[in-house]
Design a protein around this ligand. Structure first.
Ligand SMILES: *Cc1c(COP(=O)(O)O)cnc(C)c1O
Length: 424
């Protein structure tokens, strides 16, 4: 597979290189040089999830890279993505059955497997800062992988107790550091480490961040899995709504369409951080200051992956006017949660936004699929309060609740972090 830098088209890399490097020159995103449609999509849809996903990824990555791809896919996709029928025309794609109860497990785990495979036995240190969720997905994804050391920084006292229990109790090759500072200071420390060439070389520093192409490729697979679970008569006119923040997830969906998956329309769903819906309505790119909402994983006003969406539309000759879009305020999000609850299905804020914006973008005869990106229990506080219920704690959380937090403490001082990284 060849990829090019969207900002500097002359910079071309292999898949392995793109996975290791993350970003190109000037922070440019890598994009596949070609996306050949799959030959027999219907036959693929008849296969089991892991086998089908391995074939799709082999098709994208090519025969000459990542020899043991099939094994990596099997390790990464150790849980399913069930499609739940909500009513006659609407289905929820549940992407939250992984170890950290959110769809990011799919991408993070596949990325971890790929990085392990392309490292060639050289030691890698993954350093990342988290405000909660991403760190958990990364820590679980790399847990127990050979030759990989993970260090996750987070702001002390600023993530929930359960979030902390989820990823600071693993031990082994996962080191977690509670920094006496804010999330932004943690990010500044990470940046300083990446600017330190000597340190970078010494410990094989890698960011494993959300713009890594391997994550997107992994996510392509569950769009096929969604359609594969639809009854044949419901597959003709499918509309898919994606709750969007950095727009990686919807990029993956659009790549699935480019591969030949029969999706009539994709719908961009956001909260009040609605830069893209406003852009699609007016043609003006005008990000506002980011505001805090109930669906906080989508509190992004300058989405990182948007250039990839535009690039895909450009190379495919598609028109952005074909994208559906919409946004919900927090008040509307609560109403949407009550609406699915009345239909017997519990959603958390992100999934509820995808559901409601989908309804506003469907025509008679369409089948709607909305992505449920996190387990309702992950947002237990708001879900309980809004719906007047008491959700049970899922096993993934309950089983860690009594474990000891293994984190180290640190001031936001780069000299101290540097020593800490070089030790061990
Ligand atoms: C990250 C996240 C999103 C947004 O996904 P993008 O790929 O950044 O658009 C939506 N919902 C949840 C629960 C998330 O964690």
């Amino acid at each position: 597979m060849q990829l090019y830098n969207i900002k500097h088209n002359e910079e071309k890399v292999s898949y392995a290189q793109a996975v290791k490097q993350g970003l190109g020159k000037d922070q440019g995103l890598f994009f596949p040089a070609s996306i050949e449609p799959l030959k027999d999509v219907d036959a693929l849809l008849a296969l089991p999830f892991v086998e089908r996903s391995a074939r799709i990824l082999r098709h994208l990555i090519g025969a000459d890279e990542i020899e043991n791809l099939e094994e990596l896919v099997k390790n990464a996709f150790a849980f399913g993505a069930p499609l739940h029928k909500v009513d006659e025309n609407n289905y929820a794609l549940e992407l939250f059955h992984g170890p950290t109860l959110a769809f990011k497990d799919f991408g993070a785990r596949f990325m971890a497997q790929c990085l392990g495979a392309v490292a060639n036995g050289k030691k890698i240190t993954i350093l990342t800062a988290t405000s909660g969720d991403t760190g958990a997905a990364v820590a679980h994804a790399f847990y127990n992988l050979p030759n990989i050391e993970v260090v996750v920084l987070y702001p002390k006292g600023k993530i929930s107790n359960l979030q902390e229990k989820l990823f600071c109790t693993l031990g082994g090759n996962i080191r977690t550091v509670a920094v006496n500072a804010a999330f932004d200071d943690c990010q500044t420390l990470v940046k300083a480490a990446f600017d330190d060439e000597e340190l970078k070389q010494a410990i094989g520093l890698n960011s494993a961040n959300s713009i890594n192409i391997s994550r997107l490729l992994a996510q392509v697979c569950y769009y096929f899995e969604a359609v594969a679970q639809l009854p044949a008569e419901k597959r003709k006119s499918v509309v898919v709504s994606v709750p969007s923040g950095n727009f990686g997830d919807i990029t993956a969906g659009l790549i699935a369409k480019a591969l030949g998956l029969n999706i009539k329309k994709f719908v961009v769903s956001t909260n009040d951080n609605d830069t893209v819906p406003r852009y699609l309505a007016t043609g003006k790119w005008d990000p506002h200051a980011t505001v805090a909402t109930l669906s906080n994983a989508m509190d992004v006003s300058k989405p990182n992956n948007w250039p990839r969406v535009e690039e895909l539309f450009r190379v495919k000759g598609w028109n952005l006017a074909e994208l559906g879009y919409g946004k919900l305020s927090d008040a509307e999000t609560k109403e949407a949660m009550k609406e699915t609850h009345a239909k017997g299905y519990i959603t958390e804020p992100h999934g509820a936004i995808a559901y409601k914006v989908l309804q506003n973008n469907m025509e008679a005869g369409d089948t709607g699929i909305f992505l449920c990106t996190a387990a309702p229990a992950k947002f237990k506080e708001s879900v309980d309060e809004i719906l007047g219920i008491d959700l049970p704690l899922p096993e993934a959380l309950a089983s860690r609740a009594d474990l000891k937090i293994l984190s180290d403490n640190m001031d936001a001082d780069f000299a101290v972090l540097r020593k800490y990284l070089l030790k061990k």
